[in-house]
Design a binder for this molecule. Structure first.
Ligand code: HEM
Length: 262
């Protein structure tokens, strides 16, 4: 090519020149290629998992108000219902986190089976625990538990009459419906199984989270890894105390945890 033509071709001020992607396009591409990578997916699973752990912890603390009596629990439930649109935004956000968590885990599993996996940001080979080996199965049973739970206590699908239960202050009587719900040993048994699997899932999930995010400081990573089964155990005890106490209160005819008359 003659020298003049070459100069013209490479001159950015002459003609349209090669198209460069806009900054916005570049960042979308960067996000997609991050998501496509194994480590990117692990980050997404870890961050959505963290949001879900936050919800599970907050929900447990809220539910433990059952032990304070009907006023505390029903007031709390009425406060949540009173959030209106904000409640739907929170529900939507949690729903998206749950779906992204599940879909990304499935994609990661397919990707890891297809190629040699690039494991964690900090490589810490350790013998796989039962919790680690059963992550997918425990996760799927937890999803079934969640569907049952939403039908049981949120949609009140099995007992539509519970929708009309009110306490003496005119609030929805969530207190009595929880106690009555757990008086069914089958339902309580299924909750205990679901909660146990959820906590096994959390125990390994917290450890993976620490490795994925590359917590390199041994001073932080080690105690957190050691603490994760205990944290998961605490969450199990906090939740499991509710159905167990409701069954005991019924069978021992204790003066606490009795539903209001309806
Ligand atoms: C003993 C264990 C549990 C009890 C007593 C309990 C109690 C409740 C109650 C009463 C509601 C309905 C609140 C209302 O509509 O006012 C509810 C909703 C819900 N629960 Fe649980 N729960 C338990 C365990 C769990 C666990 C382990 C999870 C998560 C894996 C969970 C996730 C949810 C979700 C996502 C909702 C829907 C929240 C909403 O619609 O705003 N629950 N729970």
């Amino acid at each position: 090519m003659p020298e003049k033509a070459l100069l013209l071709r490479n001159n950015p001020f002459v003609g349209p020149g090669p198209k460069r992607p806009a900054d916005g396009q570049k960042s979308v591409k960067a996000i997609i290629s991050f998501y496509k990578s194994s480590i990117g997916k692990k980050w997404i699973v870890a961050l959505t998992g963290l949001v879900l752990v936050g919800f599970v912890t907050g929900h447990m603390i809220g539910n433990l108000q059952l032990f304070l009596g009907y006023e505390a629990l029903n007031k709390y439930a009425a406060f949540l219902q009173g959030l209106g649109e904000l409640l739907w935004i929170i529900r939507g956000f949690l729903g998206v986190c749950l779906i992204v968590h599940i879909v990304t885990t499935a994609l990661l599993w397919i990707q890891n089976n297809a190629a040699t996996p690039q494991k964690y940001a900090v490589n810490n080979p350790q013998a796989a625990t039962i919790a680690a080996k059963t992550m997918i199965v425990s996760g799927l049973i937890v999803v079934c538990f969640l569907v049952f739970h939403l039908l049981h206590f949120t949609a009140l699908y099995f007992h539509p009459d519970w929708k009309l239960w009110e306490d003496p202050d005119g609030r929805h009587d969530v207190y009595s419906l929880v106690i009555t719900g757990f008086r069914d040993p089958l339902a309580s048994g299924f909750y205990l199984l679901g909660l146990f699997l959820l906590c096994m899932h959390l125990s390994h999930g917290i450890q993976s989270f620490i490795q994925t995010l590359g917590v390199r400081s041994r001073k932080i990573a080690q105690p957190l890894t050691t603490a994760s089964p205990y944290l998961a155990g605490l969450i199990f005890l906090g939740y499991a105390a509710i159905p167990v106490a409701c069954l005991l209160a019924q069978h021992l005819n204790l003066p606490i945890l009795q539903p209001l008359a309806h």
